[in-house]
Design a protein around this ligand. Sequence first.
Ligand code: GZL
Length: 321
Amino acid sequence: MNNNRRTVLASALAASIAVAAPMSAFAQKKIVMGFSQIGAESEWRTANTNSMKSAAAAAGIELKFSDAQQKQENQIKALRSFIAQKVDVIALTPVVESGWDTVLKEIKDAKIPLILMDRSVDSKDTSLYATHIGFDFVKQGEMAGQWLVERAKTMKGDINVVELQGTVGSAPAIDRKKGFEDAIKGNSNIKIIRSQTGDFTRAKGKEVMEAFLKAEGKKINVLYAHNDDMAIGAIQAIEEAGLKPAKDILVISVDGVKGAFEAMIAGKLNVSVECSPLLGPLVMATAKDIVAGKTVARRIIGKDGVYPMETAAKEFPSRQY
Ligand code: GZL
């Protein structure tokens, strides 16, 4: 396997919790990390922020945290501020894939190592970042689609799907759409009849689902939401329209947050594809390795799983986020 592109499958993200390096006789300089976070748009994002903050504290890393309120320009401002403060390492979760080359070049020119966490960028120059720690969003979309293909074997006639996409231009939205479409393309009776962004939020997910129901009504057989928060918002809209979520309209989503397990236990959500936000320990351990001059894997992919409603009650007590 090509060493540069070696992909390390982190079998359990938590297992990579950094072990505090023994302090040398002289206090080692505290690593300072600048972290540009997207915002607080979803339960997943909040859990991700908490994971980064607690892992930084546990690793003895000083975290300079910036919440961009989901605006790319705020992330770029924060990155330039980290350069000016001469931090030791930068972590970035890019809200969208494009428009980063200029500022990532400034970071490279400042000789500050960059870790992409969760989402990635579409920069052709992969030397602009040391590693990307996150998930295979295409695979998550495929897993969602495969669940429906399996379920379709028990259904008759056309299966009309409405899709709530994540943030326009973001890696998870682009890839989860692609993966789902790849998975269903062999089933000509499964059709995506409406697809629109709900921006990964509950409020927007509800609003767009209301519009879908107004336009298509009882023609809708399935909702595929790119995250649990939009699915939970849409479930409210389905109920307010007098329909039964997970029965009249099957509900498929991604993330595996607590709210999704509660909805599955209540019989309102059929399945959630896991995407753990608990990336903090792995990011901090990787940051320490980079600052210590060690070579790190260019791509570190977390493990994901599929949680159908039938297993939700059993799994819920052990859920970590
Ligand atoms: C996926 C992450 C997405 C989640 C959403 O790793 O970037 O952003 O699926 C979150 O819940 O808002």
